[in-house]
Design a binder for this molecule. Structure first.
Ligand SMILES: [Zn+2]
Length: 89
């Protein structure tokens, strides 16, 4: 399973149970209640679409596809927000 910090977009990979998650996010110090389960298949799908429009890596040589790059975090925010809206409607 994967989890994402909804405060900053940080990704927790290879989590076998929620008890394994740290009490606070290592990136932004948000507490555990901000973490939600996450489906990486959605992200892969969005990245495939994005890849047709931008270059990897960026001008500074950073790999934008890396799990905790700024782009990955922003894609994750968008996905988490969209999934929440779907669940509410
Ligand atoms: Zn965070």
């Amino acid at each position: 399973m994967m989890y994402v910090c909804t405060a900053c977009g940080y990704l927790f990979e290879d989590v076998s149970s929620p008890e394994e998650l740290p009490e606070v996010c290592p990136n932004c110090n948000a507490t555990k209640d901000k973490f939600v389960e996450y489906d990486p298949a959605l992200e892969a799908w969005v990245k495939k679409a994005v890849a047709q429009h931008i270059a990897y890596p960026d001008e500074e040589g950073a790999d934008l596809r890396a799990p905790n790059s700024a782009l990955s975090s922003h894609i994750r925010f968008a996905i988490v927000g969209a999934v929440r809206q779907l669940k509410q409607s």
